[in-house]
Design a protein. Structure first.
Length: 67
């Protein structure tokens, strides 16, 4: 598909800034078709949870969803 680079970048950006509607649409259209990007999303959300855990800012338990 050749979009994966864009999508993974958007997923990563989404941790730092709000995505535009168009960006979310691109992500939402792509993820169901691409297990690679779904894995990436899972991976970075785990990383984010881990870094939050380390910083101790937010101890809210977050159960990773298994789709
Ligand atoms: Zn992809």
């Amino acid at each position: 598909m050749g979009k994966c680079k864009n999508i993974t970048r958007l997923l990563s950006d989404a941790l730092d800034r709000p995505l535009s509607a168009g960006e979310w649409i691109a992500v939402g259209l792509h993820l169901p078709t691409c297990s690679g990007c779904r894995n990436y999303r899972k991976h970075i959300s785990l990383l984010r949870a881990a870094s939050r855990e380390v910083s101790g800012l937010d101890r809210t338990p977050e159960t990773p969803s298994d789709d």
